[in-house]
Design a protein around this ligand. Structure first.
Ligand code: ZN
Length: 474
């Protein structure tokens, strides 16, 4: 099967190009530059290949992008006695609707279990169920001699990024000593440690004080996790990584103080990288303070910050101190799940839905002048591919790469809403927000997944992606 995507503007991390894209089977066969307007008869076939293609998709007026890569999702993840509500099937389908063609999800080691058994468990959840390709990171929550040895086996199995937590004492929390040991182990192979950087020990004291004083509303989730405690933990993680000589990737960075710590480390040439998420670019503590328990919809950790942090994060994206935008998609329904925390904000499941709208919300940033078009593609696709060892198979429109391609209409208008989204969750964090731009077609390895306004894929189309090492190491 060959497909010619003709007439569109190819957008890559390095610029835009008026070109047609020929897909043969699962791969991109050629990127064919077009004559500049006026040089040739516009009705003539764009290239000889047009004649040979089984199907021609007219992308006139549309962008042709490498498929989005969301390196931070939590499908069907256990948390606080409940589980995030998107399965690998529903979550990857929603991702495809939004122009994301690869996710990297987190396998979660429970204390007392092995990393390899954990990996098997996550394969059992995902294999045969995904609509798009997927990989895994490993959450290490129990550091011991066995676990440390198993990290090498995970790397051999294509999982070479290990997430640790300075937050959530008693659950995922690791001490500084445990973090150092895991970093030293990762460093031997060039693997990356990913860090949830918040000072969970101090936060737990603030949470206890708030509850004792009767401050139980959702806004207190944000007030008890001040940005200084994200900044402090980020700096500490950077120091530990420096001592261990280990590549470090700060996940879901939300606070200016944390960004400053990352920028300072990067200026010295340390292998420190960071991502942020759309919710930290668009939403704020004001949303956590919405009345009638509505704020619970916005409970995630780190919390939404005051509005003065937002501009810093957009700037960080432009200066590359923030290199990636992922979603931390971890949806819990308002009804019955978020409601577990009525009267006690600390019992609200932590997480927000978002896998479907990352590309759109970042394109809204392009429309608002916050990002250039190539930078949009870079932070949403190309850099995630290089950071997590998927490039050039993913993250680029080039001959030989997987034909993960999104045809995007930059002029379409859409209103984000729970009534129209495809995520398996009963609310939208962006209910009623009108944005410019929308996915028209999503191809995953040459197969139309979203096409003609409908989902055309099926569970099991997506394949597991063993990943290589971070390609940005200095
Ligand atoms: Zn997360």
């Amino acid at each position: 099967m060959t497909i010619l995507i003709s007439g569109g503007t190819v957008v890559t991390a390095s610029g835009t190009l008026d070109a047609d894209v020929l897909v043969a089977g699962e791969k991109i066969a050629a990127v064919l530059g077009r004559a500049v307007t006026g040089d040739a008869d516009p009705k003539a076939p764009a290239s000889p290949a047009a004649v040979a293609a089984d199907r021609v998709i007219d992308a006139t007026g549309k962008y042709v992008l490498p498929g989005g890569i969301d390196v931070h999702t939590h499908m069907e993840m256990p948390f606080g006695g409940t589980s995030s509500v998107d399965t690998f099937e529903t979550g990857t389908r929603a991702a495809a609707w939004g122009g994301t063609t690869t996710i990297v999800d987190f396998a979660v080691q429970a204390k007392g279990t092995s990393l390899l058994a954990t990996l098997d468990k996550w394969h059992a959840k995902a294999d045969g169920n995904c609509a798009i390709d997927y990989g895994f990171h490993m959450i290490v929550s129990d550091v011991n001699d066995t676990t440390l040895k198993e990290m090498d086996a995970c790397i051999a199995a294509g999982v070479n990024s290990f997430k640790m937590f300075m937050a959530y004492p008693g659950v995922f929390y690791a001490t500084d000593g445990e973090i150092l040991l895991a970093m030293q182990q990762a460093a031997r192979s060039g693997a990356t440690v990913m860090m949830h950087a918040e000072n969970g020990i101090a936060i737990d004291q603030l949470v206890a004080q708030a509850l004792a004083a009767g401050r139980t509303d959702p806004v207190n989730h944000g007030l008890t996790r001040p940005p200084e405690l994200e900044g402090e933990a980020t700096g500490r993680a950077i120091t530990l990584a420096k001592v261990a000589n280990c590549p470090l990737y700060i996940v879901h960075l939300s606070a200016r103080q944390a960004l400053e710590a990352v920028a300072e480390a990067r200026d010295t040439g340390q292998n420190v990288f960071a991502e942020t998420c759309p919710q930290y670019l668009y939403l704020s503590l004001d949303d956590l303070a919405r009345p009638d328990f509505e704020g619970a919809k916005f409970v995630a950790s780190p919390p939404l910050r005051t509005k003065d942090h937002l501009d810093s994060l957009w700037r960080g994206l432009r200066t590359n101190d923030l290199s990636v935008v992922s979603t931390d998609h971890c949806p819990f329904c308002f009804k019955d799940q978020k409601e577990l925390g009525r009267g006690d904000f600390s019992k609200i499941p932590n997480g927000m839905p978002g896998v479907e709208h990352r590309m759109d919300l970042l394109h809204a940033g392009v429309a608002a002048g916050q990002l250039t078009l190539p930078r949009w593609v870079e932070v949403a696709s190309t850099t995630p591919a290089r950071m997590f060892g998927l490039y050039p198979r993913k993250g680029v429109i080039a001959a030989g790469s997987d034909a993960d391609i999104v045809i995007y209409d930059p002029a379409a208008r859409q209103t984000l809403s729970a009534t129209t989204h495809h995520m398996n969750v009963d609310y939208s964090a962006y209910e009623g927000l009108e944005v410019t731009g929308q996915v028209v077609t999503t191809l995953s390895r040459g197969r139309p997944v979203i096409d003609d306004g409908a989902y055309q894929g099926k569970p099991g189309d997506g394949a597991f992606l063993p990943r290589g090492l971070n390609q940005y190491l200095l």
